[in-house]
Design a binder for this molecule. Sequence first.
Ligand code: HEC
Ligand code: HEC
Ligand code: HEC
Ligand code: HEC
Ligand code: HEC
Length: 406
Amino acid sequence: MAMTRKRGLIVGAGIAIVAVFLGWRLVRPMDIFVVTKNFERPIDTGKLAPPPEALSASACGACHQAIYAEWKTSIHSRAWTDPYFRVDWKFDGAQQICKNCHIPLDRQQEHKVLGFRDAEKLKPILADNPDFDPKLQHEGVTCAACHFKDGKILGVHGDLDAPHPVEKLADANEICLRCHIVQGARWDTFYRYPPCGTAAEIEAGAGRWQGRSGELTVRNASELGCVQCHMPAVERALVEGGRIRHARRHLWRGGHDPAMVKQGLDIRFAETGADAADRRAFALTLTNVGAAHFLPTGTPDRYLSVRLRVLDRDGHALEEQRHSLKRTTMWRPFIVDLWDTRLPRGQPRTYRIEFPAASKPAPAAVEAVVRYHLLDEARRARIGYANAEPIAYEVFRSRIALARGL
Ligand code: HEC
Ligand code: HEC
Ligand code: HEC
Ligand code: HEC
Ligand code: HEC
């Protein structure tokens, strides 16, 4: 008797603990990433020899004009001012940690990070920063965010006749790793891929990584290819009147640029074999031919949508299909990757639409439309982002007229 009661109490207490835990997870969702060494603190510019103004992009641009002009057109230069980032950052509680990638230099931040209150390093101990430079803050991912390290300028050429100290990088792709990957294992982040985990997707695609718990160490940065695809090669002088060298354009086009997204996609829409003689079938095939990572990649907001329709003579839909190519995650009470329908590199994805050839009203055309979405409408509304630019655009449209009498 006593034993059963005791067991009952233990089971009851167990259930209560689980219930409280789940309740707590529902109210306070998990941190969606693990803070690791590569971005836990802002970049220390303390060892800077020249005057601090020399850190700004416009100061670099006085000599490196072409690069400065390109960088200004890039999203990196807007990583702090980008209106979507602004709204999302505030919605998420204006956390300091976001700054370490979006405005990573210590002088770009109002506060210094003295240490941390918690083991996860999400609660920094802050103090006023006398070196804070608001103008530099507005430059987002500025030149020095990528090029400054321990008082030197990182580059791939090495011993040039530069007026500033230069340190030669083994591989330029190392630069991208500070921000375009979140690595590190923890039992309760069971992503297949970490958020904004572009580098992880490439490692996984090459079969070097068994995606468990979002943990990842990139073994060989030179195999990632980020610079090769996102900074097109060009022969030019690095400064006015300098020697012509192998250089790279500072463009970093991605989801904000329809041409870049189209370049990554091969899309075909054509008639295919139907299941029966009195039916017709059409197939839309999408292949990621131009991106080493998933397409789309980056923040989990991004997705592609597909719409297939059979139309009558007046353009009314007789039949319609919709598909989303996206990453679907359950955020509460635990983070679980539910399904991921984005396009892995080189694997064709086909959607079919089939219909009776002689139905009434008669089918007059079939149509396929593919759109890229920076974020979805529900999220836009939830965070209160009043966008001036469209949040989605078309990347493919094809309408095939059906011959009459078939
Ligand atoms: C007073 C002019 C001047 C300023 C200001 C200047 N640079 Fe340079 N930089 C040069 C010259 C000259 C070279 C060498 C060009 C050559 O030999 O082709 C160079 C080379 C470089 C290289 C190539 C190094 C390599 O090994 O690949 C990088 C990267 C670079 N600068 C970044 C910067 C950044 C970032 C800033 C601002 C923080 C900056 N520069 C400010 C003149 C300048
Ligand atoms: C200091 C952090 C940092 C580094 C280093 C960095 N990035 Fe970024 N990158 C960002 C941030 C932040 C954004 C998003 C800005 C925004 O949209 O608000 C971004 C956006 C991008 C985009 C997306 C453009 C779009 O249209 O959405 C591409 C492509 C990109 N980076 C490529 C690179 C490559 C390649 C490298 C390495 C050479 C690199 N980045 C290095 C922080 C960084
Ligand atoms: C997102 C990271 C990032 C930012 C921001 C950035 N650069 Fe670079 N930069 C690179 C990488 C990576 C390379 C090496 C490219 C290569 O392999 O040649 C490079 C190369 C260079 C070079 C050497 C020439 C070349 O193309 O190899 C110069 C000079 C330079 N950058 C100047 C600048 C200046 C000036 C700014 C700001 C206006 C800037 N960079 C902003 C990543 C960045
Ligand atoms: C083989 C070429 C290729 C390689 C290698 C590559 N990318 Fe891309 N990347 C693309 C193409 C094409 C797109 C546009 C389609 C898309 O969004 O996936 C893109 C898009 C992006 C975006 C935009 C995501 C967004 O939110 O808008 C980011 C960020 C990015 N790449 C980062 C990287 C980083 C970091 C690396 C290296 C770890 C890398 N890419 C390697 C071709 C490449
Ligand atoms: C480890 C570096 C890192 C941290 C920390 C980080 N971000 Fe980012 N963020 C990026 C990169 C890289 C991109 C762009 C590429 C992509 O889409 O993944 C980006 C893109 C974004 C975008 C999409 C912007 C656009 O133009 O569509 C938003 C919004 C954003 N981040 C918000 C945040 C918020 C809010 C935080 C803090 C809770 C945060 N980020 C922390 C690296 C970071």
